[in-house]
Design a protein around this ligand. Structure first.
Ligand code: PEP
Ligand code: MG
Length: 563
């Protein structure tokens, strides 16, 4: 494909990025047999060690001490003789150098992962990266690097959720991937980091641009942009900055839609997000994606570690913090759970479906939540529920954990319990949850995926991923009505809550809370505040009579007032 070919993708995280490209190509080095294999390993390891040390020094000079420390630690690993020893041991069985090297990598990784010291155990991932670099050097292939030495746009076939959460937003100007839709977890983390992102760009890895311009609000991208294209993207960035300044004026204001008070809360995935949300004065946290505390590590976080994180969150807000129990599975696997591979991971053992087999893990999380609840207003919500029995099971564990902690004289606080509406079965049976769910929180990302039968990871299905399809919007209306009939509250915490047209629809349907990424809190506050609630009936009517998402958007758009 020529570098000037037209490419486009899915708008996954808003904002403009223009800059040099760091291309992440995953390669599988083919290591040839040589006369002196250990000599070859040592020579390659020394090269890699020296390169890492040099990059570390450059990164440190740029003021990024944490990243420099990681690179320095990796340089020391590369210089350690344990690598040659491990390969030599594997060669004794008569294996080829390629196979011996692969087995030695696995053995070293397992060795570190099994160490009780969590710091050393985390180095297992570093060993994998270092060995990969040494293997590439021996095979004479260029190795991929995520080590940014200058602010750049990361271009990759795919970036895992864990890799994305490790990116340094001060150096990653933007993110472009060949796979993924607007609601894939790469997109979600990019939004929480405030990094513009375009996903689902087919043919991307066949190009070799040195610079790129992307618009994460439209999915537009241009490879090696010339001056006039750069000027166009810069103008878009200036317009976005203007809107931002306007909407930031409403920060901290209470939001009403007619008589109906609404909360605009934040979605977070860790302590840095909590601090950012507190800075924009969100109405608490509407979705704490706790599974990110569980990913990309050799073992689950301890109860105490979780307690500290949840306590930090509740102490940061006067309003409620909603902790989602871990939603592992789908595109968020955790290796240490020994999860078998599945034909359809999004339809498999995901979220609440994992808990019975890992009762120690969920009990640890519930205890951490109960203890942290002493320090503020706390709620728990359960992902991937399809049947009320699953919610009852979690409530049963919560009661058991509360009783055990009280028995041991450990202070516990009150915790409301809610259900996520991600599977259409819950939206269709809200009455079954009366007295069981204190609130319903609609996860439009999954609710849309399961209603439209459209894999949220597949960028080709972007037209089917719209939560404003009348099928999904009507399920949302049923949840709002069903919640209120149960004396419960309703919220939306999927990405649709951050889309102005959808947010207005949710306000008109009587949803009580919208929870959005921090960067969108003020935009959604300003959007709801700007509306004329006299349009409520016309909007509801449109939800129940429109035939397509496009029609619903057009009818609501015609009634909307810009913030
Ligand atoms: C959702 O499905 O809308 C949701 C909020 O959960 P997640 O995106 O983490 O699956
Ligand atoms: Mg979900």
């Amino acid at each position: 494909m020529s570098p000037t070919a037209e490419l486009s993708g899915v708008a996954a995280s808003p904002g403009i990025a223009i800059g040099p490209v760091v291309m992440l190509r995953h390669v599988d080095p083919d290591i040839p047999d040589v006369d002196d294999p250990i000599g070859a390993v040592n020579a390659a390891a020394a090269t890699v060690s020296a390169e890492l040390m040099e990059t570390s020094a450059r990164v440190r000079a740029g003021g990024r001490d944490e990243a420099a420390d990681v690179l320095q630690a990796q340089s020391l690993i590369a210089g350690d003789e344990m690598i040659a020893d491990a390969v030599a041991e594997e060669l004794e069985s008569g294996a080829t150098l390629h196979d011996a090297f692969a087995r030695a990598t696995e053995a070293l990784r397992n060795l570190l992962a099994s160490l009780p010291d969590p710091y050393l155990a985390q180095r297992a991932a570093d060993v994998g990266e270092v060995m990969h670099a040494i293997g590439c050097t021996m095979a004479g292939v260029e190795r991929p690097s995520m080590a940014f030495v200058e602010p750049s746009v990361l271009v990759a076939h795919e970036v895992s959720a864990a890799e994305t959460s490790e990116l340094d937003p001060s150096l990653v100007l933007g993110l472009v991937t060949e796979t993924g839709g607007a609601t894939s977890h790469v997109a979600i983390i990019a939004r929480s980091l405030g990094v513009p992102c375009v996903t689902g760009v087919r043919g991307l890895m066949e190009t070799d641009p040195s610079s790129i311009a992307i618009d994460g609000s439209t999915g537009d991208l241009q490879l090696d942009p010339d001056d006039s294209i750069r000027a166009d993207f810069e103008a878009r960035a200036a317009a976005a900055a203007k809107l931002r300044a306007r909407v930031d004026e409403v920060q901290g204001q209470a939001v009403r839609y007619g008589e109906h008070a609404m909360s605009i809360a934040a979605n977070v995935a860790g302590p840095d997000d909590v601090d950012a949300a507190a800075r924009v004065e969100s109405d608490g946290v509407g979705l704490y994606r706790t599974e990110f505390l569980f990913l990309d590590r050799p073992a689950a976080p301890t109860e105490d570690e979780q307690y500290e994180q949840y306590r930090h969150a509740v102490e940061s807000f006067d309003n409620e913090v909603v902790i989602r129990s871990f939603d592992i599975g789908g595109d968020k696997p955790a290796d240490y759970l020994g999860m078998p591979s599945e034909e359809n991971p999004f339809l498999g053992v995901r979220g609440v479906r994992l808990y019975e087999a890992h009762q120690d893990l969920i009990d640890g999380q519930l205890r951490a939540v109960l203890r942290a609840a002493v320090h503020g207003s706390m709620a728990l919500m359960v992902p991937m529920v399809a049947d009320v029995a699953e919610l009852r099971w979690v409530r049963g564990r919560l009661d058991a954990c509360r009783a055990a902690l009280s028995e041991a004289n450990v202070a516990v606080g009150d915790v409301k319990v809610g259900v996520m509406v991600e599977v259409p079965s819950v939206a269709l049976t809200t009455a079954a949850y009366a007295g069981e769910a204190d609130f319903f929180s609609i996860g439009t990302n999954d609710l849309t995926q399961y209603t439209m039968a459209a894999d949220r990871m597949d960028g080709r299905l972007v037209d089917l991923h719209d939560a404003m399809h009348p099928a999904v919007a009507r399920l949302c209306a049923m949840v709002a009505d069903g919640a209120h009939a149960n004396g419960a509250s309703s919220s939306v915490c999927g990405l649709a809550a951050a889309d102005p047209v959808s947010a207005v629809v949710f306000a008109a349907l009587g949803i009580d809370k919208l929870s959005v990424s921090t960067g969108s809190v003020n935009l959604i506050r300003a959007t709801v505040l700007a509306q004329d609630p006299a349009n409520r009936e016309a909007i509801t009517e449109a939800v129940w009579t429109a035939a397509t998402a496009a029609e619903l958007r057009e009818r609501v758009g015609a009634l909307m007032v810009d913030p």
